[in-house]
Structure formats: C-alpha cells, structure tokens
Design a protein around this ligand. Sequence first.
Ligand code: DQA
Length: 162
Amino acid sequence: MTKKNAHKATRQIPRPRLLVLHGPNLNLLGAREPEHYGSATLAEINLALARRAEAAGVDLEAFQSNHEGALIERIHAARAEGVRHIIINPAAWTHSSIAIRDALAAVAIPFVEVHLSNVHAREPFRQHSFFSDLALGVITGLGHQGYLLALEFLLNKLLTDE
Ligand code: DQA
C-alpha cells in the first residue's frame, strides 16, 4: 500500500460518536448555586470533555436545552447518527420526565447518568430518578469530575466492546 492509500484507508474508519446531554438550568453553571454545583461553567466542562475525547480519537458533541422536547428530539436524532453512548445530566427532569426516559429507552443507546451534586444528600424529591434503572451506571456528587469519570468509563467500554 502506498503512503497515499494508507492515509485513505485510515480515514475510512468512522470515529465512535458520543453525545453529552445537559438538562435545564445547567447553562447557568458557574453562577448557579455554587455550593451545590461548583464553580466550573458548562463551557469549561464541555471543553474538558471535548479535549479528552479528541485525545482518544472519539467524536463528542455536547447539547444543553431548557426545553424538554428539544432534548427528546436530540435523543431521537442520535440513533440515526449512530451515537454509541450518551452521558446525560437530566437536571430537574431526572425527577419528573417519563418522556425523556422513554426517548432513551426507545433509541436503546446505553447511557451514564451524571449529577454534579449528591442528590441522595439533598431534598427527598431529588432522590427518585426516572433514569437510574435504565442507566449503565450513575455518578452523583463528584462535581464536574463526574462527567470526566463517565467519559473515561465509556472510552474503556468502547475499547473492550470492539
Ligand atoms: C442535578 C441535580 C438535580 O436535582 C437538579 O435539579 C439539577 C442538577 C445535579 O447535577 O446535581 O438541576 O442534576
């Protein structure tokens, strides 16, 4: 194989795709209740995730919405796009949204549920999740590092599933 063809061959292998979903009010991270959610902004969290994914040769897109239907439609699109895994912090919808739960069940894309705060150490209404029983796993209370730990888990999973 010539050098030129070798280059073509490597370009034909599609990079695995991961999707990170952030629910309502997470666009306010950094300023929003830092005693619960820390001081990192959403842009900083997404940048750290993008850098780690890039270093691993994985495509990662992050999407935040304050509109439930927008998140549902993003989940539906993920199936057609061949997204392998999702990291989701459904935020307040964790405790209320059967519709987002059903969307994740419908596309059957394995996902990790992440919360910045430890939802089990807070108000009782935060202790029920409509997502946890479907999730590969749940990370709660480790701040913004939780997203990176979820990504690390999924990068390992991509390697071992191949
Ligand atoms: C959260 C916890 C939820 O209870 C809350 O509604 C959020 C953020 C977290 O990351 O700790 O908005 O998901």
